[in-house]
Ligand binder design. Structure first.
Ligand SMILES: Nc1ncnc2c1ncn2[C@@H]1O[C@H](COP(=O)(O)OP(=O)(O)O)[C@@H](O)[C@H]1O
Ligand SMILES: [Mg+2]
Length: 230
């Protein structure tokens, strides 16, 4: 295999020399990362090393103190907030450990939400298709409290995929699930991202889950290091 450097213009997402501190605590001192279209990667590391903060930076939710992030070759911190929000809505799907579904909306309405937030009419055919793909067509009108944790996370995944973002960011997506449901949710996330050609960046504590992705990166001492799993 050639170790030729990747073409930076081909990257969906690139981070160059990112620094980030909270008060006296430096999380990242010189962090670089490149994610290509359709690529999947796992981020591993101990609690408190800054994995969630890193995902927020990748999503354009949190600004780095210095260094540059580019999403589809756009620096989200060089455009106005409304444009940055639009960029994120259209290009990034987010999945969190705590699901974050809107409790008063049904599964179907939660999946349709990204269109509404983007000022568009929901594509009902796509919503139905997503419900089918997460195997919840029969629960489309249920509210989150009426669904199991695994089912709620499946809805959250469908919502993340709704507008076909190029990039899906998942922060310990199976952290609140028992092993069997965790496996189902992980399968779904990986399969759907692969089918839709989305890149996937997943923070996980599970080496087993990480092993299923293309690359494994460890966040240690403010830097990301490629390290294959044993
Ligand atoms: N908004 C914030 N303000 C101050 N400190 C923060 C903020 N967000 C995260 N931190 C601190 O940064 C460190 C890393 O947090 P986090 O990114 O959540 O780590 P991880 O996800 O790896 O557990 C923690 O010590 C946390 O207290
Ligand atoms: Mg975290």
């Amino acid at each position: 295999m050639s170790a030729a450097p990747q073409n930076p213009h081909a990257a969906l997402l690139s981070c160059d020399n990112i620094q980030k501190s909270f008060g006296a605590r430096t999380l990242f001192s010189a962090l670089d990362l490149q994610v290509n279209h359709g690529q999947s990667l796992a981020i591993l590391g101990e609690s408190g090393t800054g994995k969630s903060t890193l995902l927020h930076i990748l999503a354009g939710l949190e600004a780095p103190d210095s260094g540059e992030i580019r999403l589809s070759n756009i620096n989200p911190w060089q455009i106005r907030q409304a444009e940055r929000n639009r960029l994120r809505r259209q290009q990034v799907g987010l999945v969190f450990q705590a699901f974050y579904l809107l409790p008063h909306l049904t599964a179907r309405q939660n999946i349709a939400l990204p269109w509404l937030l983007d000022g568009r009419t929901p594509d009902n055919k796509r919503v139905d298709d997503l419900l089918e793909r997460i195997d919840l067509s029969h629960r489309a009108d249920a509210k989150p409290a009426e669904l199991s944790g695994g089912e709620q996370q499946r809805v959250a995944i469908a919502r993340a995929l709704a507008l076909n973002p190029g990039l899906v960011l998942a922060d310990e997506p199976t952290g609140n699930l028992d092993p069997r449901h965790a496996e189902q949710v992980l399968d779904l996330l990986i399969t759907q991202c692969t089918q839709e050609g989305n890149a996937l960046v997943m923070v996980t504590h599970s080496q087993r889950a990480a092993a299923r992705l293309d690359r494994q990166l460890w966040l240690e001492e403010g830097k990301l290091t490629d390290r294959a799993l044993a």
